[in-house]
Structure formats: structure tokens, C-alpha cells
Design a protein around this ligand. Structure first.
Ligand code: PXG
Length: 452
């Protein structure tokens, strides 16, 4: 017989250390045990059904329960559950997936290096970028510029590229030669300025930083098209073209971290397509397999791949699960669904615009300082007062209260400080969006009457 909910909870508290959690506190509070899911809904072990406004963790792009992915995994498990892509070997699903990614990626990107996750993808990015410049005879061109409040993963390399102070404080990060500049977060850091002017000014910090460090030292700039974990921070329109121009002028590599924005979330295959940039490298994960199995990778431009292949020699890097055949087979099935069911177009033309227009209406609520978003990701800035604009003193506490009230209302949202954010499955229907908005609105009312 299945263990009871309370038995499972206490067993979890006794043995399981959770990511990004205060595990002492969590053991006292008890975890929510999610046991089933279908479409855009998850069900917990107490039988409560919740609309999953976060698509798991920004990843279940095609929704839960797609038989095609289950069939692809079981067929591949029977045929060949594992083999590696080292030592002159490869497997049919890894070949097929690499080819498919080449087809959907921007025209100048035709290679992929597989990893198990987005963090491993960004570890790969650091090593590949440095190897690229060293191969060209520029050993000292090894500084990577990133941004404050960026999220690029949680390994030593990923956390170093990330711009999150609490992460750096644990374990003596960042590693050397990673430098951070400001983020294009207009609501929090630029409200006194015209948004487009602000976007340009922040982008030009990249230029100043390159000049300060010396172009012979700077290898690359890395950024998420839209910052996800930082709080769905959508840059002003002026930002990305200026970043691209600066990277081009100095000839440094542009890395577009597509772990969240990739595979349709912005109504294009990649965030780079949305903003019209031409990255040299794109770390990917999450939506690549819709989270059904762990797989990530780095999509590599011809500029970089040609150097690596023609004169890079052996790249001393790789993972046991690079190109794992079962994960790759599931990713192939996922990409076929995204393509054949025209889900990217659905986000671009129908459900994205609908979600955004309904979400903007939440901006009328007295607690909401800004309602923003793009495609299938959106944020609410909760404020103590709108006029004059005043933030909450304990931002994290407000966010946590709001998130818990959302769950009581049957909706999963994520809180980032005093922001409430969503990133639902791309296949969500208009009726389900209406339900999401109604529940988010009821949550705001409940927050307003709670003991803040
Ligand atoms: N880059 C970006 C842009 C990400 O969002 C990673 C890299 C790392 O991927 P892996 O697969 O190693 O987790 C991410 C991951 C959150 C949250 O709370 C976001 C992520 C991961 C965990 C939590 O919003 N993004």
C-alpha cells in the first residue's frame, strides 16, 4: 500500500536535503508532495489540484502527460538505455537531436555540445569560450562579463556567472575572471529615466567595462534575453540592439542563455530570435525536453565551431550523460511536438498576446506597481503604496505570503522578493488563462487583507 501523506512528509524531512531551501525550517514546515500531473495541472499527495503557473520550473513547455514522450523514452530504454558519446562513439537519438537543433536554431548555429543540465551547459560555455580564444592565440582573453541578478545555474561556474549575492557568499564565488555589470531592470533601478534611455545607458556599461578591462582581456558577454529567476525582467527595446553592437565592435563573443527563453517561451524558438541578436553560443536545457528528462546543451555558432574543429585539438571536457540516448529521444519527440503542433506560433499569435493583455489588467490592483511580461512569462511588482510609489520593507516576506495564498487559491506562482511571477506551459488554453488570472486576482485581494 502507498505510504500515507504524513509518513512521506516525515520521511522527506528526515532524509532529503532540498535545493535553495533552509532545510531546518523546511523540515518543520513540511514539504508539498506533488504526485501527479496532466496538461497544465498538478495534483499533490493530499489530492489537491493546482494550476501550474510555473510549468514545473519554467520547463514543462508542452504540458504534462504527453504519451509521445513516454513512448519515446520506453522504446529507447528497450533499444539502448545508455551509451556514451566519447571515444569515437555516438547513438542514433543524439545524432537526430543535434541535427534537429541545427534546423531550429538561428541559421549561423549548426552544432551542439550536450550536457545534463543548464548549469553544466554554462560550465561548458566558460571552458569553450576560453579554449576558443586560447586556440586563436589569445590565452589572456579569458574574462567573461555577466550581470548582477543574472541566473546562470548553481554549479561553481554557473553560480559564478550568476549575479546573485547570497550565492556568491557561500563558497567564495565568483571564480576569477568573471565580472558583473548592471542589469536592465527599469522598474527597480531606472524609473526616473526614460526606459529607452535607461536601456541604452545600461547596455553601454558593457562598452565601458570592456574598455576598462582591455579588449585583449575580455572573452565574452553572457546574458539571459529576459532574466527569469531574477524576476522576469524584460529589458527596454533599446537594450539588446546596443549590446549586439558593442559585442560586434569589440569582437567579443555573445552568449545568449536560452535555458528559460528557448523553445518557445517568448513566441519564437529562441530569445535571440525575438530580439534579433546573433549569439555565438546558446546554453539550453529545460524546454529542450519539456523537463520530462534532464538534458541540456550549448548550441554553437559556425564562427566558434569552425575554430574548434579546424585547430582546437581535443577539448578536454564532457559528461557521462552528454547526449544520453533516452533523454535525447525524449527531446526529439518534444521538439517534433513543438514544431508539428505549431506551438511556437500559438504562443506568438494567440495565447501569448492573450495572456499578456489579461495579465496587464492586474496592474490596476492597488498592490501592483507594475504588471509586465512577454510571451509566456510575466511578473507583478507588489508595492506597499502606488502613489507615492513605496516598496514593502520586507519584500521576501510579502512574496512568500502571496505565493502561499496563491497555492490556497489553487494556483502555483513563484515569488522573487516582492515579485510574483508566472511561466505556464505553452499549451495553456484561453479558458485556463482565464482561470489563472481569476486565481491571481483573488490572491492579490487575499494579500491585501492579510496581516502584512
Ligand atoms: N541558465 C538559466 C537562464 C536558468 O534559468 C540555468 C541556467 C541552470 O539550469 P539547471 O538545469 O542547471 O538548473 C537556469 C535554471 C527559479 C529557478 O527558482 C530557476 C532555474 C533553476 C532553478 C530554480 O526560478 N533556472
Amino acid at each position: 500500500m502507498a505510504a500515507s501523506f504524513l509518513d512521506m512528509q516525515s520521511s522527506d524531512a528526515a532524509h532529503h536535503l532540498h535545493p535553495f531551501s533552509d532545510n531546518g525550517k523546511l523540515a518543520e514546515q513540511g514539504t508539498r508532495i506533488i504526485s501527479q500531473a496532466k496538461g497544465v495541472y498538478i495534483t499533490d499527495a493530499e489530492g489537491r489540484r493546482l494550476l501550474d503557473g510555473m510549468a514545473g520550473l519554467w520547463c514543462v513547455n508542452i504540458g504534462y502527460g504527453r504519451e509521445e514522450l513516454i513512448d519515446a523514452a520506453t522504446a529507447q530504454l528497450r533499444e539502448l538505455p545508455y551509451y556514451n558519446s566519447f571515444f569515437q562513439c555516438t547513438t542514433p537519438p543524439a545524432i537526430e537531436l543535434a541535427e534537429l537543433i541545427g534546423e531550429i536554431a538561428p541559421a549561423h548555429m549548426n552544432h551542439v555540445f550536450f550536457t545534463g543540465s543548464g548549469s553544466e551547459a554554462n560550465d561548458t560555455v566558460i571552458r569553450m569560450v576560453r579554449h576558443y580564444w586560447a586556440t586563436l592565440g589569445h590565452e589572456n582573453k579569458n574574462i567573461i562579463i555577466s550581470r548582477h541578478n543574472a541566473y546562470h545555474g548553481s554549479t561553481v561556474a554557473g553560480a559564478s556567472l550568476s549575479g546573485m549575492k547570497p550565492m556568491h557568499a557561500q563558497g567564495g564565488l565568483p571564480i576569477p575572471n568573471i565580472v558583473h555589470i548592471d542589469q536592465p531592470y527599469w522598474f527597480a533601478e531606472g524609473r526616473d529615466e526614460d526606459p529607452q534611455e535607461f536601456g541604452l545607458r545600461i547596455a553601454r556599461e558593457l562598452d565601458s567595462k570592456i574598455r576598462e578591462l582591455g579588449v585583449d582581456r575580455v572573452a565574452a558577454f553572457i546574458a539571459e534575453p529576459v532574466q527569469g529567476a531574477g524576476g522576469v525582467i524584460v529589458p527596454p527595446e533599446s537594450y539588446w540592439p546596443e549590446i549586439q553592437r558593442i559585442c560586434d565592435v569589440h569582437g567579443i563573443l555573445l552568449i545568449s542563455d536560452e535555458v528559460i527563453c528557448g523553445f518557445g517561451r517568448m513566441g519564437q524558438w529562441f530569445g535571440a530570435d525575438y530580439y534579433g541578436t546573433t549569439p555565438d553560443l546558446m546554453p539550453v536545457a529545460k524546454g529542450l525536453s519539456s523537463g520530462y528528462l534532464p538534458i541540456g546543451g550549448v548550441v554553437v555558432s559556425d564562427r566558434v565551431a569552425d575554430v574548434l574543429k579546424s585547430k582546437g585539438g581535443e577539448f578536454h571536457h564532457g559528461f557521462t550523460y552528454s547526449g544520453h540516448p533516452v533523454c535525447a529521444a525524449v527531446a526529439v519527440a518534444n521538439l517534433r511536438i513543438l514544431r508539428e503542433e505549431k506551438i511556437i506560433e500559438y504562443v506568438r499569435d494567440e495565447i501569448g498576446p492573450y495572456l499578456q493583455s489579461e495579465w496587464r489588467k492586474l496592474g490596476d490592483h492597488p498592490l501592483v506597481g507594475e504588471a509586465r511580461g512577454v510571451g509566456m512569462m510575466a511578473a507583478l511588482e507588489l508595492v506597499a503604496s502606488k502613489d507615492p510609489l513605496r516598496s514593502f520593507e520586507d519584500a521576501a516576506a510579502v512574496g512568500d505570503i502571496a505565493r502561499d495564498l496563491a497555492i490556497e487559491n489553487g494556483l502555483v506562482m513563484r515569488s522573487v522578493g516582492s515579485k510574483l511571477i508566472i511561466s505556464p506551459p505553452l499549451v495553456i488554453t484561453k479558458t485556463e488563462v482565464d482561470e489563472l488570472i481569476t486565481k491571481a486576482s483573488a490572491t492579490l485581494d487575499a494579500v491585501a487583507t492579510s496581516q502584512l
